[in-house]
Design a protein around this ligand. Structure first.
Ligand SMILES: NC(=O)c1ccc[n+]([C@@H]2O[C@H](COP(=O)([O-])OP(=O)(O)OC[C@H]3O[C@@H](n4cnc5c(N)ncnc54)[C@H](O)[C@@H]3O)[C@@H](O)[C@H]2O)c1
Length: 468
């Protein structure tokens, strides 16, 4: 077994760096930490080559070929205001911080089915076949490696492309060998792992998850409380590779993973991509709280017909998703601070598997609010969304930002990257700290982190200086 690196969490270092924003070059002595340049290829490794993964990879290739635009991606289209409103400095984020370019991305993945990315994308039915035909040679060249899979954790599916091993530690070693082989064959200088596989059954942490020592013992003993996603996470973090989790499984939300992440300077972040209904929830709920409008009930239901919908039809997998979706309101509305407004909310989330809709989910929300003197009102939201179209730009941004974190002395040894909460239904924080779910606080946190790294003033929106 390869040895684990024992480097201490990075401390903040003040160094001289050159501001790279065009036309604004200046020596910046306030930058926090050095950022290594994004040199060479960035390898993206994806457990789960289904609808989200193929929509992401096909999308990157389509954008590279000039066939489409990276709509929805903060790293590609977003800007960041610097200095005062009157300064007129709003560079693109990708020009402000050194991110990998789309041309630098190379891909691999694991799946329990043997379909290559072209076949998997065709089956997923998200992208138009005319676009897929133009990408066929590229997508067909990405074939899944054999997966680490346990049917007990995903009851609705089974497939032939699965690794065999004497123990879970043996499976972890096989994944580590895959990671090293891909790094060599692709010539990538850096790697990222992005879980886009099915949602696993609900479990809670046990003693096995509390430290690296107990986890490794449990891997050797085939402890049933170690889910496949944890084996991928362990393998990645042991190889010093950052890990993001698109599904609501526990996976890296465990003391063992935080320990490994810090030790090996392999950043981790939240879980479960914040795409459709929860995105709307984390936009509307802050508006109610801002105006002190009360909430008595929020009923959310979905119809969804893709494989994800089928997997979530199993009560164990649904429970994992339900926990993730239910958490957001409590943290945004803070019923302990506002008991008359939010102390008695009926919050229900349903997901119904309905094959005719495929990936084109429909999410309904019925929201019962109350205003002045307690008078009730209702809001209905009907979001006819495309799940994977909303998820793909999130995957891209997380890949590029996690790679930035890994190259940044200020961030790489911190473990959890709370500044990436923006992308998740269940953001991760250190134990004892409540997560921020409000989308606009999350966006401010993200952009302020970038400003902080580059030694720019944080934006507080105070604005008194304009009236001096
Ligand atoms: N699309 C969205 O808007 C969205 C939002 C939040 C979360 N998610 C989550 O993202 C994940 C992917 O969604 P999707 O629509 O692409 O689902 P999908 O069913 O199309 O793809 C998942 C793939 O994972 C594979 N898989 C399952 N277990 C595996 C394992 N142990 N190793 C390797 N491969 C494995 C399956 O064979 C399948 O091909 C799901 O967990 C979903 O809940 C999606």
């Amino acid at each position: 077994m390869a040895t684990r690196q024992k480097s201490a969490p990075a401390k903040t270092a003040r160094v001289e760096v050159k501001n790279e924003v065009k036309g604004q070059a200046r020596s910046d002595s306030k930058a926090h930490g050095a950022i290594e340049p994004a040199k060479g290829n960035l390898g993206v490794m994806i457990p789960g080559m289904g609808a989200v993964a193929t929509t992401f990879v096909a999308g990157v290739e389509a954008i590279r070929k000039g066939l489409a635009k990276p709509i929805g991606s903060l790293t590609q289209m977003g800007t960041v205001r610097l200095g005062k409103r009157t300064d007129g400095r709003s560079p693109k984020i990708k020009e402000f911080v050194p991110l990998a370019g789309l041309d630098d991305l190379v891909f691999t993945g694991w799946d329990i089915f043997e379909d290559n990315m072209y076949e998997a994308a065709s089956n997923a039915g998200v992208l138009d076949y005319r676009l897929l035909e133009q990408l066929k040679p590229f997508l067909s060249s990405i074939k899944p490696q054999a997966a680490v899979f346990d049917h007990n954790y995903v009851k609705k599916i089974d497939g032939p492309n699965v690794k065999k091993g004497k123990s879970k530690m043996d499976l972890a070693e096989q994944l580590r060998a895959d990671i090293r082989a891909f790094k060599k064959s692709s010539g990538a200088s850096r790697l990222i792992t992005m879980w886009c596989a099915s949602t696993e059954s609900y479990i809670e942490p046990t003693a096995a998850h509390q430290s690296v020592k107990s986890f490794e013992k449990a891997l050797h003993e085939n402890d049933e409380m170690i889910a496949p996603s944890m084996i991928y996470a362990y393998a990645s973090l042991m190889e010093g590779v950052p890990f993001a989790n698109g599904a609501p499984n526990l996976t890296v939300d465990l003391p063992v993973m935080l320990e490994l992440s810090r030790q090996n300077e392999a950043p981790i972040c939240g879980k479960d991509f914040k795409t459709g209904q929860t995105l709307m929830k984390t936009v509307l709920a802050p508006a109610f709280k801002a105006r002190l409008l009360g909430l008595s009930g929020w009923y959310s239901t979905n119809i969804l017909g893709n494989r994800d919908g089928e997997v979530l039809d199993d009560p164990g997998s649904f429970k994992t998703k339900e926990e993730s979706k239910l958490g957001v309101l409590e943290h945004i509305l803070q019923p302990s601070l506002y008991p008359e407004l939010y102390g008695n909310i009926f919050h229900k989330v349903r997901i119904n598997y309905y094959p005719p809709r495929g990936d084109n989910k429909e999410g309904w929300d019925n929201i019962d609010i109350f205003g002045w003197l307690g008078y009730p009102m209702q809001i209905k939201v009907d979001f006819l969304c495309r799940d994977s179209i909303l998820a793909a730009p999130i995957v891209l941004d997380l890949v590029l930002f996690l790679d930035l974190a890994k190259r940044c002395s200020e961030l790489k040894g911190r473990g959890i990257q709370e500044w990436l909460s923006f992308y998740f239904k269940s953001p991760m924080t250190v134990p004892g700290l409540y997560p921020e779910h409000d989308l606009f606080i999350q966006l401010m946190k993200l952009k302020n982190t970038l400003r902080h790294l580059k030694g720019e003033e944080l934006i507080t929106h105070l604005g008194l200086e304009y009236y001096d």
